[in-house]
Design a protein around this ligand. Structure first.
Ligand code: HPA
Length: 270
């Protein structure tokens, strides 16, 4: 994998991806952050050597380099999910590339269902800890120890200082921000009532289909990492309605201005 990482990184450096400090994965609820960036270079996923083969949906996927609030950032516009049949190594390969380019911090957003029923749809949750329910690990491969500690520490996978900063920014700007535990599943089907009950019992506050692999690899590489979920639906097993994708998208849109404000204000302080 080292050779592939070097090839991809060299390609991006030649395209002008010059010493980014912060990596951002633009998940659901953060897409419009792209409009705030002074873009200096970009590379389509299809053209970056060794990048996971792009699916039809990913024709638009690209890596962007630019300036945001005075910081050099590298941004993933479009991410890979296990449910699209990528491996966990594929899903997290871009994190290894961003680290090699020079980032020291990884920021991630996602959409999640609220398992904690004190949390409402349309609100945000900063992730404090996670439960990996994706059935494997992005570190379970031969040669992983050449890239970092195989038995990577997960005692605090989300940077506590960044979490506190997010909370302070939210308070100062009247943004409802919860803090909680995110469980990652493979998907793409939504959960059954029994699965939502289980998630609650094991301690999850929210559930989604992304983020945990990337955070594990960020920790493997010694990066500071943080993530915020937009809660798009309320997962009440005693009163579960059929999934409404339009409503999920609407909730993500509704929460987007708050999410963008949190990220922009945080980046100023990094
Ligand atoms: N479950 C899993 N992933 C999700 C959900 C959910 O309820 N809502 C948004 N992403």
């Amino acid at each position: 994998m080292i050779k592939q990482i070097t090839e991809s990184t060299d390609y991006l450096k030649n395209k002008g991806f010059d010493k980014p400090e912060i990596g951002i994965i633009l998940g659901t609820g953060l897409g419009q952050l792209i409009n705030e960036i002074d873009i200096k270079a970009e590379a389509s996923y299809n053209h970056i050597p060794n990048f996971p083969t792009a699916t039809v949906e990913f024709h638009k996927g690209k890596l962007i380099y630019g300036n945001l609030e005075g910081k050099n950032v590298v941004v993933m516009q479009g991410r890979f999910h296990v449910y699209e049949s990528y491996t966990l190594q594929d899903v997290t390969f871009p994190v290894r590339i961003m680290e090699k380019l020079g980032i020291n911090t990884l920021l991630v957003s996602n959409a999640a269902g609220a398992v904690n029923l004190d949390f409402k749809k349309g609100e945000l949750m900063v992730i404090d800890d996670h439960i990996n329910l994706q059935g494997s690990s992005p570190l379970a491969f031969k040669g992983v120890s050449e890239l970092g500690e195989r038995f990577a520490d997960m005692s605090a996978p989300y940077d506590t200082e960044i979490i506190s900063k997010f909370e302070a920014i939210a308070k100062a700007n009247n943004i409802a921000l919860h803090k909680g535990i995110y469980a990652s599943v493979v998907g793409p089907q939504l959960e059954t009532r029994a699965e939502y009950r289980m998630l609650k019992i094991i301690g999850a506050d929210a559930v989604g289909m992304s983020t945990v692999p990337e955070i594990i690899v960020a920790n493997h590489l010694g990066l500071k990492a943080a993530a915020v979920s937009v809660l798009t639906d309320e997962c009440d097993p005693s009163n579960l309605k059929p999934v409404n994708i339009e409503e999920i998208i609407e909730m993500a849109k509704k929460a987007e201005p708050g999410m963008i404000m949190l990220f922009k204000e945080l980046i100023k302080t990094l």
